[in-house]
Design a protein around this ligand. Structure first.
Ligand code: ATP
Length: 284
């Protein structure tokens, strides 16, 4: 997936501007950013449901233009549109009738794995069960790109972990590219190998997770002490439990009494960029 100077303007203003990024095939990508950052808008444009105002987008050779979803893409929105009056098996049959690449045996396997009865009506399922059926439909399409917009929001923490792990294992085994938006940054750690961070409609940070982590440092020191990091490298400074915590772009730091230098965690780094909200754009 490649976007060049992609933008979307609504009557109220720009939802996304000058968005240029590349997502290598087969990656599991975290799409993060504060409310209103433009995540759903970006997914809508990739899915061919929202027409770009500016720029260009390419998805496995297709150029989505707002007129419908390419067969290579499966998109599960926050609303998880399932017909409540259908049974689970009727839901899968509908998937079969409406998708050329549909894999019925695989979709049934995913439903069975989640212990959801095929004969149950969708309206009688719990939120978690509905999510599993919606995922089975999304994966049954045998997509090359699976996009999930806050898919786990209605699951308890245990179910979130199980569903996320199952999903990522399935997608990695089949080489499916996954674009996953979530506000729960901690749960994306160890799951995602690529990050796209949007803020105020612009790409603030994007790249492979190992490269991004190596490209940044966290300095922890006394609250009032001057930070040994170069001022222009500093992304964000916080005081937590009486310690000063500074996120910065990696560079050699002269050892200074009372200061320790670590590698950041993904969630911490993403939050630092979201807090800073400025205009530094970093790609790795
Ligand atoms: P959230 O985390 O709250 O779901 P988001 O990052 O997905 O937010 P978007 O839903 O893409 O953000 O919205 C980006 C901006 O575009 C917001 O200011 C929103 O109000 C605006 N917007 C989105 N869709 C429309 C629309 N159909 N018409 C007008 N404005 C819209």
């Amino acid at each position: 997936m490649q976007a060049d100077a992609l933008g979307k303007k609504y009557p109220r203003g720009w939802a996304l501007q000058e968005c240029s990024l590349e997502i290598p095939a087969g990656r599991v990508v975290a799409l993060v950013g504060p409310n209103g950052a433009g995540k759903t808008t970006l997914m809508g444009m990739i899915a061919g449901l929202v027409r770009p105002t500016t720029g260009r987008i390419e998805v496995f050779g297709d150029t989505p233009n707002g007129h419908g979803m390419p067969a290579s893409v499966s998109y599960l929105t926050q609303q998880k549109p399932l017909y409540p009056q259908f049974t689970v098996i009727e839901t899968l049959r509908f998937g079969k009738n409406t998708n050329a690449r549909w894999d019925q045996a695989y979709a049934e396997h995913l439903v069975a794995q989640a212990n959801v009865p095929l004969s149950a009506k969708v309206s009688t399922l719990s939120g978690g069960q509905r999510t599993r059926v919606a995922l089975a439909v999304a994966l049954g399409k045998r997509p090359r790109l699976l996009m999930l917009d806050e898919p786990l929001a209605d699951l308890d923490p245990l179910a979130r972990e199980v569903v996320l792990q199952t999903l990522v294992t399935e997608c990695r085994n089949q080489g499916i590219t996954v674009l996953l938006s979530s506000h729960v940054l901690a749960e994306l750690e160890g799951v995602c190998d690529h990050l796209v961070l949007l803020s105020a409609g612009r790409v603030r940070l994007t790249g492979g997770v190992p490269e991004l982590l190596q490209g940044h440092i966290v300095l922890v020191g006394p609250p009032q002490a001057p930070c040994p990091a170069r001022p222009e490298s500093i992304i964000d400074t916080q005081t937590v439990n009486g310690a000063q915590i500074v996120h910065a772009v990696a560079h050699p730091v002269r050892p200074q009494h009372g200061w320790q230098v670590h590698q950041p965690r993904l969630g911490q780094l993403a939050l630092a960029y979201m807090r800073s909200g400025g205009s530094t754009e970093v790609a790795a």
